[in-house]
Ligand binder design. Structure first.
Ligand code: GLP
Length: 242
């Protein structure tokens, strides 16, 4: 696991965008695994800027997203479909037919998990998987170790962390479809972005703690090309280890 120290959120975002840019330049038909949440927003903004300058071309890129809320319509502004279009897809020349996310509106869990796993198999290996990390150390919406796509009951701490995006706690979805940990681990490269003091515990435990399903991000210690870009605040509990 390689840990890259960033000064702040902006620096973290530029560093992450640089790594993704290099990937797309070196391999224009890359498969990018993408994430939502506030952590990667700056990375997407930077990629959009470089695209607008003519430095990047996403025409041949395929994307697979980590997760989507169960029962959430794609046009709902809290859906991860909406998020991805709003922050990235609508601003670059990505081919809409190469964009893949779980379908939160499919009520049949078994059917949707099988469909999304088939999509993941059909696109081939993910070249680089971008990840944020939950305050409790979850990645995607994996609250434990898992294999393929599954429908997760979100933990109280995740519901609590996500309520800031909704008008009231009652509106926060209780379930979500998530790519599995095993699938995430098959990505050729994994890139975690973390900023702020509220991620300090998750970063310390994921990078230096025991590998345990209680902290799903800790599994990344076993990946042979995992990069964590974290700012000073997110690294603030790692002092003894760095
Ligand atoms: C959600 C998402 C994760 C994300 C996490 C942290 O649970 N499913 O993919 O990493 O939130 O979000 P944020 O970056 O907003 O702190």
């Amino acid at each position: 696991m390689r840990i890259i120290r960033a000064k702040d959120y902006k620096d973290m975002s530029r560093k992450a965008a640089n790594i993704i840019s290099a990937q797309v330049i070196l391999k224009p038909d890359s498969v990018l695994g993408l994430a939502t949440g506030s952590s990667p927003i700056g990375t997407y903004e930077q990629l959009v800027k470089w695209y607008e300058k003519g430095d990047l071309d996403f025409a041949d890129v395929t994307t697979v997203n980590l997760d989507e809320y169960y029962g959430m319509k794609p046009e709902n502004d809290q859906s991860y479909h909406y998020f991805m279009h709003d922050h990235f897809f609508d601003h670059v020349n990505i081919d809409p037919s190469r964009i893949n996310l779980p379908n939160g509106m499919e009520p049949d869990e078994k059917k949707e998990c099988a469909r999304y796993d088939a999509v993941l198999r059909s696109v081939g290996d993910v070249d680089i998987q971008l990840l944020g990390i939950g305050r409790n150390g979850h990645i995607g919406f994996n609250e434990f170790f898992s294999k393929g796509t599954h429908c997760v009951d979100l933990t109280e701490s995740t519901i609590e962390a996500n309520k800031r995006f909704f008008a009231s706690e009652d509106e926060v979805p209780r379930r979500a479809y998530s790519m599995g940990i095993h699938t995430i681990m098959t990505a050729k490269k994994v890139l975690v972005v973390a900023s702020g003091e509220d991620k300090a515990w998750a970063i310390r435990e994921s990078c230096f703690g025991p590998v345990t399903p209680k902290v799903p991000g800790s599994i990344l210690q076993l990946h042979n090309d995992a990069i964590v870009i974290a700012d000073e605040a997110a690294l603030s509990l790692c002092g003894d280890f760095l």
